[in-house]
Design a protein around this ligand. Structure first.
Ligand SMILES: *Cc1c(COP(=O)(O)O)cnc(C)c1O
Length: 395
């Protein structure tokens, strides 16, 4: 018996369990004080009405012999692949239907995509980071080279001078920093990946939160990306599908490495590892792109971003450095008074009854920072922002 020994190299993930432990202990000691959660990484608004209507309609179809559906096509129903293609086209990204693979979420494909590559690759990953890129890379036996995202580089690391990467992960708009790469910056990344023969894995989970011009929604808006980039996307944050589960991955036909088509390899991989995503879920995802669906989904995103703006405004009035919150639901703040991430967590919990996420939990370079999110309730977010300003003023 041989185990995957790489699992031994994983560090214990304790961030969210530790947050819960400390919040729970506080609640027990102070049962009458209301805790407000500004650390949520999940959506909280219900599904949009047009999405629920599509779920109902498609469930009714399953009742009749004529319209019942069995196994779904393993790469997605043509109606959804075409809807995703039209969406990407509307962003200025030209992709073909057969390059789009419907998935049950971004995380599934972030883990699966590494099966296309051998072990021992060198992987460029930002620090702080969404932990999935690093953990899946470690499990696959890759070597990680960290790129610090810090104030000096505006939290947007650019390509290193030397060509040493086989794989590069970029998440824009970013979780946890809330920062997004410009068109010109992504051009540099695409040129770098192409020059090194590396593959860029672009996570666009927060694409729908972009409001500024000049910030690409898709990596395929960048010339040359077709030969070096894979895009992994999700309906989770865009349309509240964290519970329904649906996303898509784009692997261009022009993307080849070592004489092989990665599109053909991914098609093969998906064929042996999944029988597709439920029909009703794909109809629900399709509804996101209808005029009514898109309007409803945009309203929810505006709600979350108004919350984010309230938090940013409060931090600015307290003269605390922060970034994000503009093209993203996330705000990345500097802990005041030179506190560490966990010191500030405890301070904020004790003095304000507000729960956030310590930046150190996203990587060593996150030490001294703190993540807040706009995914909460609007009124509670306003209260929490006021308490935050007061707590910071007392320092
Ligand atoms: C939430 C999130 C996702 C979405 O994952 P799903 O599995 O589709 O729910 C992907 N990437 C990042 C960075 C995220 O924060």
């Amino acid at each position: 018996m041989k185990l995957n020994e790489n699992y031994r190299s994983l560090s214990r993930s304790y961030l969210f369990s530790e947050v819960e432990k400390r919040a729970g202990a506080f609640r027990e000691k102070h049962p009458n004080q209301e805790l407000i959660r500004l650390g949520i990484g999940d959506v909280t608004l219900p599904l949009a009405a047009p999405v629920v209507a599509a779920l109902h309609r498609s469930a009714e179809e399953m009742k009749e012999k004529e319209t019942f559906r069995g196994y779904a096509p393993e790469h997605g129903y043509p109606f959804l692949r075409a809807a995703v293609r039209r969406h990407l086209e509307s962003c200025g990204a030209a992709v073909r239907d057969e390059e789009i693979f419907i998935s049950s979420g971004a995380k599934d494909d972030l883990a699966g995509i590494l099966s296309l590559f051998g072990a021992g690759n060198t992987v460029l990953i930002q620090d702080p980071v969404y932990p999935v890129y690093a953990d899946t890379s470690i499990m696959a036996g890759n070597r990680i080279v960290w790129m610090k995202a810090e104030r000096e580089n505006d939290f947007l690391p650019m390509p290193p001078k030397d060509c040493r990467a086989d794989l590069i992960y970029l998440c824009s708009p970013n979780n946890p920093t809330g920062k997004a790469y410009s068109h010109a910056q992504l051009e540099q990344w695409v040129q770098y990946a192409d020059a090194c023969g590396a593959v860029l894995i672009f996570d666009s989970a927060y694409e729908a939160f972009i409001e500024q011009d000049g910030i690409p929604h898709s990596i395929y808006e960048i010339p040359g990306a077709q030969t070096c980039a894979i895009e992994i996307a999700s309906f989770s944050k865009t349309a509240g599908f964290t519970g329904l589960r649906c996303g898509y991955t784009v692997v261009p036909c022009a993307l080849r490495r070592c004489g092989q088509s990665l599109n053909a390899m991914w098609e093969r991989r998906k064929s042996v590892s999944t029988n597709g995503v439920a029909y009703v879920i794909q109809r629900a995802a399709e509804a996101v792109y209808t005029p009514e669906g898109s309007k409803a989904v945009q309203a929810a995103i505006r709600y979350y971003k108004t919350n984010a703006a309230v938090i940013v405004h409060a931090l600015q009035s307290a003269k605390i450095f922060c970034c994000g919150g503009v093209n993203s639901p996330y705000i990345w703040m500097k802990c005041p008074a030179k506190m560490t991430s966990w010191q500030f967590f405890d301070y904020l919990l004790k003095t304000a009854g507000v729960v956030g996420t310590p930046g150190a939990g996203f990587g060593a370079a996150g030490e001294g920072y703190f993540r807040l999110t706009g995914f909460g309730d609007a009124e509670k977010t306003r209260q929490a922002a006021a308490r935050l300003v007061q707590a910071a003023g007392a320092l």
